[in-house]
Design a protein. Structure first.
Length: 149
């Protein structure tokens, strides 16, 4: 082989290697991306079925049901327009409680129940995940001002 041809093969090999590495990195990134949906989007059919995603909203008051003697818990997440029932097996965060913001990672089942494999609760009284805050900023969720008098 001539030096010119050897250089060409080397350059083509480097370009092919970079292309393969880029394709593998993009594929890994695509598999690890998890989209956020609120209960209204899920009710409208925007959430992917069978794929993992994040569900966010508020834990509906009076909806937490724990199974005695197990780590199973069921609760309802709401955005004050729609609700989604959630099933979770595991230890809930210490700050998890009714009426508080929550983000759950998992899958939506064919029965409409979200099966979570991870539940995150807000960490202080001022913080709310940005996605949850945006989804709750709707006219239906906004409190009406009290009349002065």
């Amino acid at each position: 082989m001539t030096p010119r041809r050897r250089r060409l093969v080397l350059v083509l090999g480097i370009v092919a290697g970079v292309a393969i590495a880029g394709a593998l990195a993009l594929q890994a990134f695509r598999e690890n991306v998890m989209f956020f949906f609120d209960p209204t989007q899920i009710a409208n059919g925007e959430a992917p079925s069978g794929e993992r995603f994040r569900l966010g909203g508020m834990v509906e008051k009076g909806s937490v049901v724990r199974q005695p003697g197990s780590l199973d818990v069921q609760f309802v997440v709401t955005d004050f327009q729609r609700t989604v029932p959630v099933r979770y097996r595991g230890v809930l965060p210490d700050l998890f409680r009714e009426g508080q913001g929550v983000v759950a990672h998992g899958r939506l089942g064919p029965d409409g129940v979200f099966t979570a494999d991870e539940v995150l609760a807000k960490h202080d009284e001022n913080y709310m995940p940005p996605e949850v805050h945006r989804s709750l900023k709707t006219p239906a969720a906004a409190p009406t001002p009290a009349p002065e008098g």
